[in-house]
Write a protein that binds this ligand. Structure first.
Ligand SMILES: [Zn+2]
Length: 321
C-alpha cells in the first residue's frame, strides 16, 4: 500500500492542481487569454500570424508582443563509430513587434512581416499589462518544420521545460493522405481540444506540443487479434521523453491507449481528450459497458465498495473558506 504522498508524487496533474489552485488565489489571469500562432508548423518562407484571444475578464491597459529568432546550427560528431548531432542555437535580439493601447476584449492578431527563416526557432511573448500594472505573460516557442534534427519531433508550441510540463507529440498515421490537413488538425487539437476543455485549458502553460515527421500506425482495438497493436514511428526512441505520443489517423477506428502511446482520429477533439485522460492523467473509463479498472495511483473507479471506502480518508480535502 502506498502512502498518500507517494501516490500524489506519482501523479503529476493532481499535484499541479493542488499547487495551482492555491496559486490562483494569489494571482489572477485577467483577462483570461490564449496565445497561438498560425500556421502551427510553418515552412521556411511562410508568413506567421500571432494571436491573443482575450476572453473573460477586464480589458487590459496595454498588450505588447515581443519576438526573438534563434538560428539553429547542427554539428555532426563521430565517436567510436557512432554519429551524434549537437544542436547549437544562436539566439538573436528580442524585438518589440507591436503595442496595443487600451485594446478591447476579443482577439488581437499580428502577422510578422518577415517570412519564416530556414533552420530556426522563434519565441514570441505577449505581455498583458492590467490597469493596476499587474502583468500577465504568454511565452511560446516554435520551430520551422525543416527543424534540422531530422530524427526529432518538431517543437510547435513549447511553453516550458520538459521536466515540468506535459510533452505531447502528434504523430501522422500512415493513413493520412494530406499532411497539410494533419498540420491543421495539430493546431486544432491544441486550441479546440486541450485549450478548450476547461481543466486542461487552465494548465495551458503546462503543455508542450511537437509534430513528428516520421509516421506511425494505429490499429482498431477490435481487430488487434489480426492487425496487432499500435506501431510506433522509426524515431520512437527520440520521442520517449513525451508523456503523450499521439497517433493521429483519418479513418474511424476504435481507439485505445498503450501507456503513453495512444490513437485518435485527427479530426475528433473528444477522442483525443478521452485517450489523453488514460495516458496522461491515469483515468479509467467510466462509461457504461467499459472495463472499469481500478488504477493503482489515485483511482477514479474502484473494484468494490469496500475499496472505495478504504480510500475515503486520504481523499477527503478540508474546505477552507
Ligand atoms: Zn477509454
Amino acid at each position: 500500500m502506498k502512502t498518500l504522498s507517494q501516490r500524489l508524487a506519482s501523479n503529476k496533474l493532481r499535484v499541479v492542481i493542488l499547487i495551482v489552485s492555491t496559486f490562483l488565489l494569489q494571482s489572477c489571469d485577467n483577462p483570461f487569454s490564449i496565445a497561438l500562432h498560425d500556421p502551427i508548423a510553418p515552412a521556411p518562407g511562410d508568413q506567421v500570424t500571432y494571436s491573443l484571444e482575450m476572453m473573460d475578464g477586464e480589458a487590459p491597459k496595454n498588450v505588447r508582443l515581443y519576438e526573438r529568432v534563434t538560428t539553429l546550427k547542427v554539428k555532426d560528431l563521430h565517436f567510436m563509430g557512432f554519429h551524434f548531432q549537437l544542436l547549437l542555437p544562436i539566439p538573436g535580439q528580442e524585438v518589440l513587434l507591436r503595442t496595443w493601447t487600451n485594446p478591447s476584449l476579443g482577439t488581437l492578431s499580428y502577422t510578422r512581416p518577415n517570412k519564416m527563416p530556414g533552420s530556426s526557432m522563434i519565441t514570441y511573448r505577449f505581455e498583458i499589462t492590467q490597469h493596476d500594472n499587474a502583468i500577465g505573460r504568454h511565452e511560446v516557442t516554435y520551430a520551422g518544420r525543416d527543424y534540422p534534427l531530422a530524427e526529432d519531433a518538431v517543437p510547435i508550441y513549447v511553453t516550458g521545460d520538459t521536466a515540468n510540463t506535459y510533452d505531447i507529440v502528434f504523430i501522422p498515421d500512415t493513413d493520412i493522405t494530406n499532411l497539410a490537413d494533419f498540420r491543421t488538425h495539430c493546431r486544432k487539437n491544441i486550441r479546440e481540444a486541450f485549450f478548450d476543455e476547461q481543466t486542461t485549458r487552465m494548465f495551458r502553460h503546462s503543455f508542450n506540443f511537437y509534430m513528428n515527421r516520421q509516421t506511425g500506425h494505429a490499429t482498431d482495438y477490435d481487430n488487434t487479434s489480426t492487425d496487432g497493436y499500435h506501431q510506433v514511428p522509426s524515431n520512437d526512441a527520440r520521442i520517449g521523453f513525451a508523456e503523450g505520443r499521439v497517433l493521429m489517423h483519418q479513418n474511424n477506428l476504435r481507439n485505445y491507449a498503450m501507456g503513453s502511446l495512444y490513437s485518435t482520429e485527427m479530426q475528433n477533439r473528444g477522442t483525443i481528450l478521452h485517450e489523453s485522460g488514460h495516458s496522461l492523467f491515469g483515468l479509467a473509463d467510466e462509461y457504461d459497458g467499459a472495463p472499469h479498472w481500478q488504477a493503482d495511483v489515485l483511482p477514479n473507479n474502484w473494484d468494490s465498495k469496500s475499496d472505495a471506502e478504504a480510500d475515503l480518508p486520504p481523499f477527503s480535502v478540508p474546505i477552507i473558506m
